[in-house]
Write a protein that binds this ligand. Structure first.
Ligand code: DX5
Ligand code: ZN
Length: 218
C-alpha cells in the first residue's frame, strides 16, 4: 500500500460551486487541499486571497496546504494562519531571508515549506533542508493550471531525495504541476511523497475516482 499523499489543487475547481468541490475532496481519498495564492507580480496571474481561503477552511476537513506565489510573502504569514492555513510554503525565489521566514512560519504554529521553480538548483537547499517540513518542486513554471509537465523533474526528485537522506532531514517532497496518471507512478518511484493535481482531478469526468487512482498508483 502506497504511503504517498494527494493534494488536489483548488485552482482548477469550479469557483462558482466551490462548496461542492470541497465536499468532494472531503469525501475522497485525498489527504490535503492545495491552495494556490498568486499576486500578479511574482507570477503572471492572480488567483484568490484570504477571504476565499477562510471560506474554504470552514468546509475543509483536511489540512490546507497553502502555496504562496507572491512577493514578500512574510507580510502575510499571520493572516494566512488566521484564515486557516496548516502548511505554508514560500518560494526560494521570493524571499531574501528564507531561514527567518521558515522560523516565522513555525512560530505561528504552521508547517513550513520551501518551493523551487524549475530553474532553481536543488542543492541551494543544503543549509536549510533540516529546518523545513516540505520541499515543493515546481514541475511547471508557476502561474497556471493545466500546463505540460517538465521531464527534468524526475532527476530533480532523485537529487533532492539524496540530499534529504544525506542530511537526515524529515522533509517531504511535493510535486506541483502537470501531474497525471501516467507520470504519477514515476514520480513516486523517484522519491516524491506528495502529488498536487489540479487539471487531472477537476478536469476529469469523475474527480473522486481520479483521486482514488492517483492515491493508488505504485
Ligand atoms: C501552478 C500551481 C499549481 C496548479 C497545478 O502555479 O502552483 O498548483 O494548480 O495545476 P495542474 O495540476 O493542472 O498542473
Ligand atoms: Zn501550487
Amino acid at each position: 500500500m502506497s504511503q504517498h499523499l494527494i493534494a488536489p489543487s483548488l485552482l482548477s475547481a469550479d469557483f462558482a460551486n466551490l462548496g461542492k468541490d470541497i465536499s468532494m475532496v472531503n469525501d475522497s481519498e485525498a489527504d490535503w487541499f492545495h491552495v494556490d495564492v498568486m499576486d500578479g507580480e511574482f507570477v503572471p496571474n492572480i488567483s484568490f486571497g484570504m477571504p476565499v481561503i477562510k471560506a474554504i477552511s470552514k468546509h475543509a476537513v483536511k489540512p490546507l496546504d497553502v502555496h504562496l506565489m507572491i512577493v514578500k510573502p512574510e507580510r502575510y504569514f499571520e493572516a494566512f494562519r488566521d484564515c486557516g492555513a496548516n502548511i505554508l510554503s514560500v518560494h526560494l525565489e521570493a524571499v531574501t531571508h528564507l531561514h527567518r521566514a521558515v522560523q516565522q512560519i513555525h512560530s505561528l504554529g504552521m508547517k513550513a515549506g520551501v518551493v523551487l521553480n524549475p530553474h532553481s538548483q536543488v542543492n541551494l537547499l543544503e543549509d536549510i533542508i533540516t529546518e523545513v517540513d516540505l520541499v515543493l518542486l515546481m514541475s511547471v513554471n508557476p502561474g497556471f493550471g493545466g500546463q505540460a509537465f517538465i521531464e527534468q523533474t524526475y532527476d530533480r526528485i532523485i537529487r533532492l531525495r539524496n540530499l534529504i537522506n544525506a542530511k537526515k532531514s524529515k522533509a517531504l517532497i511535493e510535486i506541483d504541476g502537470g501531474v497525471d496518471l501516467v507520470n504519477a507512478p514515476k514520480l513516486i518511484n523517484a522519491g516524491a511523497n506528495v502529488l498536487v493535481a489540479g487539471n487531472t482531478v477537476f478536469g476529469s469526468d469523475d474527480p473522486k475516482k481520479t483521486i482514488h487512482l492517483l492515491k493508488n498508483v505504485h
